[in-house]
Design a protein around this ligand. Structure first.
Ligand code: GAR
Length: 222
């Protein structure tokens, strides 16, 4: 008789909006050889379309509405209580538009990833596409990083670039960047679930046990 295969790492996603990244991650995780399972999605916005996507995809979801709480600490404590029910191995922020408290971030150090729509360290925070246009940049893109206490400031694991064309607008750039997001996040998640990726005590990114000198870059595809 064959032994049961080892359980795959459990992936929990936090999202606030449309959930296109959630969908890309779920779709990737359903490929037969994917080394992880999406166990749930948590959301802070009861109207978010990601909840509809979760229902359609058969993924459990929960909502913790930040408006129901007086403080970030109380919101994060409620969020944590929900997350703990799933005992995830990794948490992915995928358009989760709340700033998490230091305690929350520390509780998941090395297991908490975020996707950000710029080539960090450029353009932390909001309106990244317009800011790249306003600066006259020729290249823009997306970053995936480990979350640390510093907002959008944790070590960057991987980036994908897009060229900015003269006729680009914030909307057209957002679309191009999102296409890259949907490719890059599943790749990085696969690495994490395979145990190839970790965060050292000194905040260095280890890939296959070696510190990487800078973000891994997905080349521009034709
Ligand atoms: C994504 O573009 C993601 O990079 C961005 O929100 C969008 C969510 O889209 N995240 C941030 O801005 C985080 N600071 P989605 O809901 O369709 O995945």
């Amino acid at each position: 008789m064959k032994a049961d295969p080892a359980p795959k790492p459990g992936i929990l996603i936090l999202a606030s909006g449309s959930g296109t990244n959630f969908q890309a991650l779920v779709d990737a995780s359903r490929q037969r050889d994917f080394p992880g399972d999406v166990v749930a999605v948590g959301c802070n916005n009861p109207q978010a379309f990601v909840l509809e996507r979760a229902a359609r995809s058969g993924i459990e979801s929960f909502t913790v509405n930040h408006r129901d709480f007086d403080s970030r600490e109380a919101f994060d404590a409620a969020l944590l209580a929900h997350i703990q029910r799933y005992n995830p191995d990794v948490i992915l922020l995928a358009g989760f538009m709340r700033i998490l408290t230091t305690d929350f971030v520390r509780a998941f150090r090395g297991r908490l990833l975020n996707i950000h729509p710029s080539l960090l360290p450029r353009y932390t925070g909001l309106n990244t596409h317009q800011r790249a246009l306003d600066a006259g940049d020729e290249v823009h893109g997306v970053s995936i990083h480990f979350v640390t206490e510093e907002l959008d400031g944790g070590p960057v694991i991987a980036q994908a670039q897009v060229a900015i064309e003269p006729d680009d607008t914030a909307d057209s750039l957002a679309e191009k960047v999102q296409q890259k997001e949907h490719l890059l996040y599943p790749i990085v998640l696969r690495w994490f679930c395979e145990g190839r990726l970790s965060l050292s005590a000194q905040d260095q990114i280890l890939f296959d046990g070696e510190a990487i000198p800078g973000p891994l870059v997905l080349p521009e595809q034709p």
